[in-house]
Design a protein around this ligand. Structure first.
Ligand SMILES: C[S@@+](CC[C@H](N)C(=O)[O-])C[C@H]1O[C@@H](n2cnc3c(N)ncnc32)[C@H](O)[C@@H]1O
Length: 251
C-alpha cells in the first residue's frame, strides 16, 4: 500500500448506516454482542486468542510499566493478563461499550483484583487522563474499530509517559499461499455464519471480516504509528499473519 493509500484507507461500518457515525454503530454492535463475546472468541479461534494476548503482553516485560491503560478493554481479558505477567501498581481498562464494561467489572470482582484494576466507559478519541499519565498503553483488537484512527492514536500518544510504550494487537491479512486462501474462506464465510447464529447480530461477524480487509496492516500500520510520533516501531506477525503485534516507543 502506498503512503497516500494508508492516509485515506476506506472505512467500513457495522450496519452500513449513513445516519449514524462509525463510532455509534460500533458501540451499538459491541453492546449487542457483549454477552456472547467471550464464548465466541474461544469458539471461533479455538482458544488461540488467549495465546495471542499472552504473547502480546509479554512484549512489555522489559519495560516493567507501573501504570498501564488498556484501551478497548472489552470484557477485561487484557487487564487480567497484564496483572498476571507484569504486576503493575495500577491498570485501567477503558471501553466505549457500557455493556462490555459491565461484564468487565464483574470479571474483575470475581478475580478479586479491584485493588489494582479498574474499568470505565470512555472513548479512545477523548481520554480524560493527563498527559504522560501511563508507562504503557495496550489495545487488543480495538484500533480497527476506532471512529477516527489517527485521533485515537494521537490521544494514546499524549497519555504515554516519555520512555513509555504502546502495544497494539490487531488482525492482519495472512499472505502465505495456500494458508491465505484457506483462512480467507473460513474468515469470510464460515466465521460470519457461526457468528450470525450465536451472537444474535447477523452483521457483527461480517463487519469483522470487512473491517480487517480494509485496515492497514504490517508496514502500513507502522507508517501511521510513526506519523503520529512513535519511535522504534516494530511488528511481529502471529499464526502466519492472522494477527500482528505492534510495539512502539514514545521518546
Ligand atoms: C473486538 S473487541 C476487543 C476487546 C478486548 N480488547 C479483547 O482483546 O478481547 C473491541 C472493543 O473495542 C471497543 N471500542 C471500539 N471503539 C472504541 C473507542 N473509540 N474507544 C474505546 N473503545 C472502543 C469496543 O466497544 C469493543 O469492546
Amino acid at each position: 500500500m502506498s503512503k497516500e493509500k494508508v492516509n485515506i484507507y476506506e472505512q467500513v461500518t457495522p450496519y452500513d448506516s449513513d445516519q449514524e457515525s462509525k463510532k455509534a454503530q460500533v458501540t451499538t454492535m459491541f453492546d449487542k454482542i457483549a454477552p456472547y463475546y467471550d464464548f465466541l472468541n474461544g469458539l471461533l479461534t479455538i482458544g488461540i486468542d488467549s495465546i495471542w494476548r499472552k504473547k502480546a503482553i509479554a512484549q512489555l516485560q522489559e519495560t516493567k510499566p507501573r501504570t498501564v491503560l488498556d484501551i478497548a478493554t472489552g470484557t477485561a481479558d487484557m487487564p487480567l493478563e497484564i496483572h498476571k505477567q507484569l504486576k503493575p501498581d495500577s491498570i485501567i481498562g477503558l471501553d466505549i461499550s457500557p455493556k462490555m464494561i459491565e461484564l468487565a467489572g464483574k470479571k474483575i470482582v470475581k478475580h478479586k483484583l479491584t485493588d489494582t484494576v479498574s474499568v470505565e466507559v470512555g472513548d479512545s478519541e477523548a481520554l480524560r487522563f493527563d498527559d504522560a499519565a501511563f508507562d504503557a498503553v495496550t489495545v487488543s483488537f480495538g484500533v480497527r474499530n476506532f471512529g477516527d484512527l489517527r485521533k485515537g492514536l494521537s490521544e494514546i500518544y499524549r497519555v504515554i509517559n516519555p520512555g513509555g510504550k504502546l502495544m497494539v494487537l490487531e488482525f492482519s491479512k495472512p499472505t502465505l499461499f495456500p494458508f491465505k486462501q484457506l483462512f480467507n474462506f473460513y474468515f469470510k464465510y464460515i466465521l460470519p455464519f457461526i457468528g450470525k447464529f450465536t451472537s444474535k447480530d447477523p452483521k457483527a461477524y461480517k463487519y469483522l471480516y470487512e473491517s480487517v480487509q480494509v485496515f492497514p496492516d504490517y508496514e502500513d500500520f507502522a507508517i501511521i504509528l510513526k506519523e503520529i510520533g512513535f519511535n522504534e516501531v516494530k511488528f511481529k506477525p502471529l499464526t502466519l499473519g492472522i494477527c500482528t503485534i505492534y510495539l512502539a516507543s514514545k521518546h
